[in-house]
Structure formats: C-alpha cells, structure tokens
Design a protein around this ligand. Structure first.
Ligand SMILES: Cc1ncc(COP(=O)(O)O)c(C=O)c1O
Length: 352
C-alpha cells in the first residue's frame, strides 16, 4: 500500500494549475506571465516585478543540508502553518475524515481540520504531559487520516519520547500519516526525528525558520516527507508561495555567518531558559515551572489571571493558556532578551 492511498482520490486525479513560470523554458524577453516589464519603486522591491520561483533551488539546497534530507523530500511554504493546511486538505474528505491530536497542543491542527470540515479526534496527553501510545491507538478510527504529534510540545515545552514516536510510526503504517511537528526542536536535547522519513513513507516532519532562526515575519516553513507526499501537496499549493524578499532573508539566515549567529542565539536562549526557570520557581505566587525544551516556559500561578493582568499593565504580553486541559492555572512565557526576562522577574516580584 502507498501512503497516497490515504489521500483524497479527487486530489490525486485533478489537473493541477500550470503557471506561466512552470511552463517557461529559458528565454530573455519574458512576455508570458502578464508581469510588469519595469522594476517596482524603491530598492526593497528589486526583482519583485517578476513572479518568484515556486520552490527556489538555492533555498531548497540549504534547507535540505540543514535538515539532513534530499531536496525532493522538501516542500517549502508560508510557515509550517501552510503545510498543516495543505496536509488536511489533501488527506481529509470534508464531512467524512478526521485528524487526531493530543491536547494540550498547538491549536492550528484543529483549526485547519475545522475549516476543512474534518473531525478532530482527541487522545489527551497524560497529566504529566507524556504521550500514551496505547491511548492514541485506542482513539484511532478508520476515518483518521492524519495524526499530529508536537515535540517539544506547545504549550507545555515537553518533548515526546522518541521511542513512543517510533512505536506510533510502526503502528500507523497503512492507516494514517504521522506528522511530527518539530517547530522547537532546535532548543531541545532530543535530536530531530527526520531520519524516519527514509524508513516510513507515511511519516512527515514539520520544521520552521520562525523560531530558532528568528524569521517569523518571513513565513518560511518546511515539510519533510516522502517525495510522493511532496508531489501531492504541490498539486494544491498556490503557484507562487514564497515571496522573493522572504527567500532572500532566509538565504541570508542560512549562510555560514547566519548559521553561526543562530547557533549562538539558541545557546543563549537555552541558558536564559534555565536561568528563568530557576528564578521563577522562587517567585511568590508561582506554583510550578514546567520543564521545557522549547523557547518558552509554561508556569503555574496561584492567580494566573491576575498575574496576566499585572504583566500586561507593565507592558509585558504573555500567553494565557488556561483554556488548555491540565493548564488551568498556567501562563506561557516566551524567553526574551536577558533585559526583558529581568523585567518580567522584577514585575512578578513586586507585591501586588
Ligand atoms: C508547534 C508549532 N507548530 C507550528 C507553528 C507555526 O509556525 P510557522 O510560523 O512556521 O507557521 C507554531 C507557531 O507557533 C507552533 O508552535
């Protein structure tokens, strides 16, 4: 059985859009795409009178080297959010199929499913935020086409054990695509599970330049998967997903100097995370700081709502995660600069 047998038959059968850029072969006078022949105003838009390369080879090569995969195993899009949406649309028939998630987890899996009118099956994490493979398998139904696992998980920061993920991968063969969201893996002690895609055609990995690479504004996310899955998603992806200035920003970030800076920052963020976790644990009103392998900390407070308001009044915006199961007393604090973190501690230490 091929993983494509799990996909929507009409997506496999449809004739995809063929863009002018795809059909062009060479030439120097480009009159095939109804673009402007003149450069736009201002230096920032240089080159932007032309439609961009749908999947620029230079960027793909750098990402393939970074993630340790082949170029034909990559789909680059507008953040990993776009890959989540494409996966749901390609694999889930509206009103019939489902995805499976383990709350508390990243919200976009369920949102994309609901937009597609796919059901959302929940197999909650245990109270200590570990993933029970048996619980996930027990929740599986024949309609579940996609299983999302987020590691390190958002909003807890806790990684999922690699052995559990491997067991899930084995058990889901022929049943569902397993998508491992590694948005925060650069901050973790556990390595990427990207090697799994060479062994299982039904395993895919999400990576992003939005976190460790400081490029949330450029919207560059990557799906690593079997070339058949990549080709399937390209059939439904809009023709020009990657704006030229964003590609240039990504190429700069992935240059040797950019990589050196990113590695230094990751090191600094991990050190700040440890420092903040220790310091927060001594702040009056803090019940617990969850051990995190991401660039944020989930913190339990005696009065999370009041603390949120107090931080906000001081100009500090954190994420209220009280709506999630087992996190009814928690806020999520991203690790900032040392000065920003110090300010958070000062405000929290002031007696209300
Ligand atoms: C777990 C997880 N996955 C994916 C994303 C989306 O990231 P991107 O900016 O690549 O769309 C986020 C963003 O916060 C996230 O926390």
């Amino acid at each position: 059985m091929s993983v494509l047998d799990l996909a929507r038959a009409e997506i496999r059968a449809m004739q995809p859009y063929s863009s002018a850029r795809m059909e062009a072969s060479g030439g120097t006078i480009l009159l095939n795409a109804n673009e402007s022949a003149w450069a736009p105003f201002g230096e920032a838009g240089e080159g932007c009178n032309r439609y961009p390369d749908p999947q620029p080879v230079a960027l793909m090569d750098r990402l393939a080297a970074l993630y340790g995969v082949r170029r034909d195993q990559l789909l680059v899009g507008r953040g990993s959010d776009e890959a989540i949406d494409l996966l749901v649309r390609a694999f889930c028939r509206a009103g019939e199929d489902a995805i499976l998630i383990q709350p508390p987890t990243f919200g976009m899996y369920a949102v994309c499913a609901r937009i597609q009118n796919a059901a959302v099956v929940e197999a909650p994490l245990a109270a200590d935020f570990t993933l029970g493979v048996d619980a996930v398998l027990a929740a599986m139904t024949p309609t579940v086409k996609l299983v999302f696992v987020c590691t390190p998980n958002n909003p807890t920061g806790r990684p999922i054990a690699p052995a559990a993920i491997e067991r899930l991968a084995q058990a889901l063969a022929g049943r569902a695509l397993l998508i491992i969201d590694e948005a925060y893996v650069e901050f973790a002690d556990t390595p990427s599970m990207a090697g799994l895609i060479d062994r299982y055609d039904h395993v895919a990995i999400l990576r992003t330049l939005s976190k460790a690479w400081a490029l949330a504004g450029a919207r560059i996310g990557t799906l690593l998967a079997h070339p058949d899955v990549i080709a399937l998603l390209r059939r439904i992806m809009p023709p020009y997903p990657l704006p030229l200035p964003c590609v240039e920003a990504a190429l700069a970030a992935l240059s040797p100097a950019g990589q050196a800076q990113a590695r230094g920052r990751i090191h600094q963020i991990k050190a700040e995370r440890a420092r903040m976790a220790d310091a927060l644990a001594t702040v009056p009103g803090v019940r617990a700081v969850l051990a995190s392998q991401a660039n944020f900390l989930a913190v339990r407070f005696d009065d999370a709502g009041g603390t949120y308001q107090r931080l906000l009044a001081a100009g500090i915006v954190v994420r209220d995660v009280r709506r999630y199961p087992h996190l009814g007393d928690a806020l999520r604090l991203t690790i900032g600069t040392p000065q920003e973190n110090a300010r958070v501690l000062d405000v929290l230490r002031e007696t209300p």
